[in-house]
Design a protein around this ligand. Sequence first.
Ligand SMILES: NC(=O)c1ccc[n+]([C@@H]2O[C@H](COP(=O)([O-])OP(=O)(O)OC[C@H]3O[C@@H](n4cnc5c(N)ncnc54)[C@H](OP(=O)(O)O)[C@@H]3O)[C@@H](O)[C@H]2O)c1
Length: 298
Amino acid sequence: MRVLVAGRSGQVANALARGAAKRDGDIICLGRPGLDITDDHTIASALDEHKPDVVINAAAYTAVDRAEGDSKAAFAVNANGPELLAKATAGRGIPLLHVSTDYVFSGSKTTAYVEDDPTAPAGIYGKSKLAGEEAVRKTNARHVIVRTAWVFDVTGSNFPKTMLRLAVQRDEVSIISDQHGNPTDAREIANALIAAAKKVHERPQDAEWGTFHFSGPASMNWADFARLIFAVSARHGGPVARVLDITTDDYPTAAKRPANSMLDSSQFHARFGYQAIALEQSLERCMPQWLESLKGGA
Ligand SMILES: NC(=O)c1ccc[n+]([C@@H]2O[C@H](COP(=O)([O-])OP(=O)(O)OC[C@H]3O[C@@H](n4cnc5c(N)ncnc54)[C@H](OP(=O)(O)O)[C@@H]3O)[C@@H](O)[C@H]2O)c1
């Protein structure tokens, strides 16, 4: 199986590049300028050169707050880009796996979101990602859209790395405790995407096209996530800070965050046979590298 991944330097793309075992086939990760998903010429060249069996779109404009003042760029990458990828893959008979987000929901539900819950994004990022989902659905029937949330990886900028950096500087951190979600290890997303790619490639007749949720198994608020990060950090001799609970109103941001980002991943597990490992196991795995990167100031 030959898989082409759009978005070389991102957390999910990196996890795909790193984690793919040889038995998964060839994983080719391409990013700008060689593959720019807003440029159909670069898409066509990449597809014609690499002739993938499956394409995964892990590229996105993910700066949620910046998107509020930069709607044009967010829609170009998150809506127009997936549409161009869907058009190019559909024209060549290639399935497209597309990564999306909890931000397509308003966050007002009190339990975990399932796939057919009504979407109602509050901000530009969520609106642009929803437009991308709709373009993929309309343009390439052979698609799997995977919504995920609260992503962290050994690489990139993410919540655990920010917490560890803050704990080096301070004894106390104030963290929001009225937003709930499922922290999700990018390596687990990579495994889930490869499981889905294999299924659509090896058994196309049984392929499960459509939209699915995939996230980590534990739901919690950001403050409790911070506490768990520090507990694991302490076991590794890393920095620790006391966590004070604050509310969303205490920490204003340009973009409104969903109060509830919890995703129900049971459909994905039932159809593709993969579910994420325990959160603490993921944190244990990532911690040595995070602590190492703290020394380098990364
Ligand atoms: N991070 C989260 O917490 C989170 C939560 C829910 C869903 N998601 C979704 O998960 C997916 C992956 O997120 P992530 O955290 O891995 O994102 P990330 O670390 O911000 O990486 C995004 C990647 O997209 C690339 N990119 C941006 N514009 C591009 C373009 N026009 N052409 C090609 N590549 C382009 C960026 O490359 P450059 O280096 O060139 O800018 C970057 O490598 C996205 O669909 C995101 O919406 C993320």
